[in-house]
Design a binder for this molecule. Structure first.
Ligand SMILES: Cc1cc2nc3c(=O)[nH]c(=O)nc-3n(C[C@H](O)[C@H](O)[C@H](O)COP(=O)(O)O)c2cc1C
Length: 173
């Protein structure tokens, strides 16, 4: 599986990084940080760090054939650009490619509260098949620490990507 991970400049850049660390090593990871996402992970096997200003990178083309893309966290700025078809950096261009190729695109918008504009952008993208999966906790998971809470969120994103995991206890009724 080839997976693009975009990290934009919303609060929660650390959560995006933790998501990457928990991904199985067999997944090919193409990681793009926006200029506003300051923290950078060290290069490891099966990870390719792409420059957000390099719109000639492989993920900028549909011919690269990526399976899925997830943006954690997704700023309202990146959300707005994606919903309007603006591809002025590698994250937004790669998302535009996923849309045109009808591939799986997951956004984790981080803002509180959401403006009407942001909600309209999410609705528009949802109608196009984009999965809107913000970092919202489920209290049934009985999380006790911040790490448990983050594992719950990462587990929910893994579920959407069909990645096996044991990161949170499932509701059994
Ligand atoms: C400390 C800090 C926290 C921020 N948190 C958020 C946030 O949670 N959500 C958001 O949409 N923007 C947030 N912003 C604003 C974005 O960084 C800003 O809109 C930026 O233009 C996003 O660019 P990008 O989408 O290319 O990463 C934050 C900015 C700072 C400095």
């Amino acid at each position: 599986m080839k997976l693009i991970i975009g990290i934009s400049g919303a609060s929660g850049v650390g959560l995006g990084e933790k998501f990457i660390k928990k991904l199985p090593s067999k997944i090919e990871k193409y990681i793009i940080y926006s200029q506003n996402a300051k923290t950078v992970l060290k290069k490891e096997e099966n990870r390719f760090f792409l420059d957000n200003s390099d719109i000639s990178a492989p993920t900028a083309s549909g011919s690269f054939k990526c399976d899925s893309m997830i943006i954690i966290p997704c700023s309202m700025n990146s959300l707005a650009k994606i919903s309007c078809g603006i591809g002025d950096n590698l994250i937004t261009r790669s998302a535009a490619v996923m849309l045109k190729e009808q591939k799986k695109l997951i956004l984790a918008p981080r803002e509180m509260p959401f403006s009407t504009i942001a909600l309209e952008n999410m609705l528009k993208l949802s109608k196009l098949g984009v999965i809107i999966a913000p970092p919202v906790l489920g209290y049934y998971a009985k999380s006790e620490t911040l790490e448990d809470m983050e594992d719950f969120l990462i587990g929910k994103w893994f579920d959407l990507l069909k990645i096996e995991h044991n990161l949170y206890e499932r509701w059994r009724g």
